[in-house]
Design a binder for this molecule. Structure first.
Ligand SMILES: O=C(O)[C@H](O)[C@@H](O)[C@H](O)[C@H](O)COP(=O)(O)O
Length: 323
């Protein structure tokens, strides 16, 4: 391959501790790039609403009992409420596995975007039967919607969080895990990641949205902060308005650490499927604002999430308690 962005190369080194070595992308062998990125030191080391269980005051969208769904005009948006976070995790695994089957069959690849935070723990049911055996993990290509600009073995790294809690436990191809180049500045890492995405669009690993001209990921798994942020797009921040870049950077994140890279809204909103995964009563207020009838003057970042395809909210009872 004549050209490979540095992020693709850094990727290789970031995943060197996986057990498998082949890559359908024919990425350079890890050993060739040891000097580029420090070795990882870890041990490797709608409204359409489905309600599971009781719920109060959800207006005309209510459906009760096992995942019954009521579709309204906004039929690209679903809200599913689960009695417990455990139930949420079970359903999220089935949803993800079904999409994995669909895109693996249709495209021969499944592009999945992860967040940091509690999302990773909510993916745990994918590590169990039947999914661990059923999913064609070799078709997965994994990205991050945002990443903290820290070394990959740092406690704050979203890569490390996902690796330790999820990626190290599935037979994914190491060359299909696209971490940032942690040797670069925030600005450099964002540019580098965008270059990597462009390359992967060119070789059809990632789809391109005909409508927007931005990359169209098969599935984005988003968390939401208690202030309504998604990715590293925070309330009131000028980055919310970025409409040209695919990946940008922030140096004044109100949530530590301050330096991060993040996908922009045009990329997030070109997705085929987005799951917004929110658990815990601590987020009930912001869920109410995001999904409630009331008008808030300044839209929260989470309210800007509106994919080309389908948006599904996965809420536990606590998070939905004010709806
Ligand atoms: O790097 C990050 O900080 C995350 O990607 C961030 O966007 C996260 O998804 C939300 O803050 C929700 O996190 P929790 O689910 O842990 O609240």
């Amino acid at each position: 391959m004549a050209f490979l962005p540095t992020s693709v190369r850094s990727l290789s080194s970031s995943v060197r501790l996986f057990n498998t070595h082949s890559s359908p992308l024919h990425l350079p062998r890890v050993s060739a790039h040891k000097s580029i990125v420090p070795v990882h030191r870890s041990a490797f080391r709608p409204k359409d609403l489905s309600l599971v269980g009781e719920k109060k005051n959800l207006g005309s969208c209510i459906a009760k009992a096992s995942m019954a769904a009521a579709t309204t005009a906004e039929n690209k948006k679903k809200v599913e409420v689960f009695d417990t976070e455990e139930d949420l995790a079970v359903s999220l695994a089935k949803y993800t596995a079904d999409l994995s089957d669909k895109f693996s069959k249709e495209r021969g690849a499944f592009s999945v975007v992860l967040s940091g935070g509690s999302l990773i723990k909510s993916l745990r049911k994918l590590l169990e039967p039947p999914y661990i055996d059923r999913i064609e993990w070799s078709k997965w290509h994994v990205f991050w919607v945002d990443e903290r600009v820290v070394p990959k073995d740092h406690e704050d790294s979203n890569y490390k969080l996902a690796y330790d809690g999820f990626l190290s436990k599935i037979p994914i191809l190491p060359g299909n895990v696209y971490a940032i180049n942690d040797a670069l500045s925030a600005e450099g890492a964002a540019d580098d990641y965008e270059t990597c995405l462009k390359h992967l669009v060119n070789i059809n690993v990632i789809d391109l949205s005909a409508a927007s001209g931005f990359p169209k990921f098969d599935l984005m798994l988003l968390g939401m902060g208690p202030d309504g942020h998604v990715a590293s797009l925070f309330p009131g921040h000028p980055l919310l308005k970025e409409n040209e870049k695919w990946v940008t950077f922030i140096k004044d994140s109100p949530k530590p650490p301050p330096e991060r890279i993040t996908f922009t809204f045009p990329v997030i909103n070109s997705s085929a499927y987005i799951a917004l995964v929110v658990a815990g009563a601590g987020k009930a207020g912001v869920v109410q604002t995001a999904l409630g009838e009331g008008q808030n003057s300044d839209k929260l970042p989470v309210q800007e999430v509106s994919p080309e395809g389908e948006l599904t909210w996965f809420l536990d009872k606590g998070a939905a308690s004010k709806l």
